[in-house]
Design a protein around this ligand. Structure first.
Ligand SMILES: NC(=O)c1ccc[n+]([C@@H]2O[C@H](COP(=O)([O-])OP(=O)(O)OC[C@H]3O[C@@H](n4cnc5c(N)ncnc54)[C@H](OP(=O)(O)O)[C@@H]3O)[C@@H](O)[C@H]2O)c1
Length: 329
């Protein structure tokens, strides 16, 4: 069985390799065997290859990949809730391979006719956007939310999910050419990042509540968002795109009681009951199926071209995600 394997950390294309591994074998009691169809390459995967993901680097060797879409091919004893042929979200980490066994309780049948490439990206970005929008500040109609890296997969999902909740979005990007496409996608306001971001954001809201900022960048970009939110506002940091620690000025934390929080989807999985997890994904899958949620794809690579795929995924100014296609369509 083919898999992408990482034996040391470093430059993505230098450290990722295509490996021939033993087949996963027959699923044991409570397990399922599944065939992986497609997986995205997310920024977190690139961080993983570089050894910068998580509070401490994981043990090597490992198979990267946090998510994907797959199909059950066999179930072990005691597994009743899924059957061969069922479409499932592939539980990570370790999805960049053709086949794997997983605990039965980590999968559920996805009753969806949506595009398989969109479903391959359902587990991480849509859920991240949904939870950040709803779990820190009540998503009240008429409020505003500001986010940076707004052209990302998470950013696209947040635009559409906020619109659904009646919350307006200010979308911060690093290049002017993204303004028109993001407005066409449903963004209320698109601003190119800069030192006067707070002045332009306030002008855009006309004084309406702006209690929440969503930060994927860190460094001084986090500070510029902190300056935009209302008194007692919350900045939720969920990404490390600049590689710099989040800055928040004492003028915002001390005098305006602005709070910096962190979001990690993996923690949410570990703290949430399976029934609640299944409920959220059923809701998000329906939004993918009706077209509300759509993440652009720039290119799909076969697993055999893993080196080219990771180089492409780490590039700036992409027009969409990079996907890996395995087998089993
Ligand atoms: N905490 C969690 O649980 C969690 C879950 C999901 C995602 N994430 C994080 O969310 C972020 C977005 O992920 P994604 O999969 O949605 O990304 P994506 O679709 O692959 O897009 C990456 C985006 O990041 C922007 N970007 C990259 N470096 C930047 C920088 N230094 N300053 C400003 N913008 C920058 C790119 O802008 P250009 O178009 O200008 O290149 C692009 O819009 C990543 O940091 C990822 O690790 C975290």
């Amino acid at each position: 069985m083919k898999a992408a394997r990482l034996s040391r950390f470093g430059k993505p294309a230098e450290v990722i390799e295509l490996a021939d591994l033993d087949e996963p074998g027959t699923p044991g009691e409570g397990e399922v065997l599944l065939e992986v169809i497609a997986c995205p390459i997310n920024p977190a995967d690139v961080l993983m290859l570089e050894g910068r993901y998580g509070a401490a680097p994981p043990k090597l060797p490992l198979i990267p990949g946090a998510e994907g879409i797959g199909r059950i091919t066999q179930t072990g004893a005691g597994v009743k809730h899924v059957k061969p042929g069922d479409l499932v979200l592939v539980p990570g980490p370790g999805t960049w391979r053709e086949r794997l066994t997983a605990p039965g309780k980590s999968v559920w049948a996805l009753k969806s006719k949506a595009d398989l490439h969109q479903l391959a990206m359902l587990r991480v970005n849509p859920a991240t956007a949904y939870l950040m929008l709803h779990d820190y500040v009540p998503a009240e109609a008429g409020n505003w939310v500001i986010q940076n890296a707004a052209n990302s997969g998470v950013g696209h999902c947040l635009i559409r999910l906020a619109k659904q909740a009646g919350v307006k979005t200010i979308n911060v990007v690093r290049r002017e050419s993204l303004v028109a496409p993001l407005e066409a996608y449903g963004a209320d306001v698109v601003l190119v990042d800069g030192p006067d971001l707070d002045v332009r954001a306030r002008a855009a809201t006309g004084g309406a509540p702006l209690p929440l900022a969503i930060d994927a960048v860190g460094g001084s970009a986090a500070q510029r968002l902190a300056r935009c939110v209302d008194e007692k506002g919350v900045v939720v940091n969920y990404g490390l795109l600049s590689g710099e620690p989040c800055m928040v000025d004492g003028r915002d934390t001390v005098f305006r009681d602005v709070t910096l929080r962190g979001f990690w989807l993996r923690r949410w999985f570990s703290e949430t009951q399976p029934a609640e997890i299944g409920k959220l994904y059923a809701k998000l899958a329906a939004l993918v199926e009706d077209g509300t949620l759509k993440i652009e794809v720039e290119k799909v690579y076969p697993l055999a071209q893993i080196k080219d795929a990771v180089v492409h995924a780490a590039r700036e100014a992409r027009a969409g995600k990079i996907l890996l296609e395995m087998t089993g369509r």
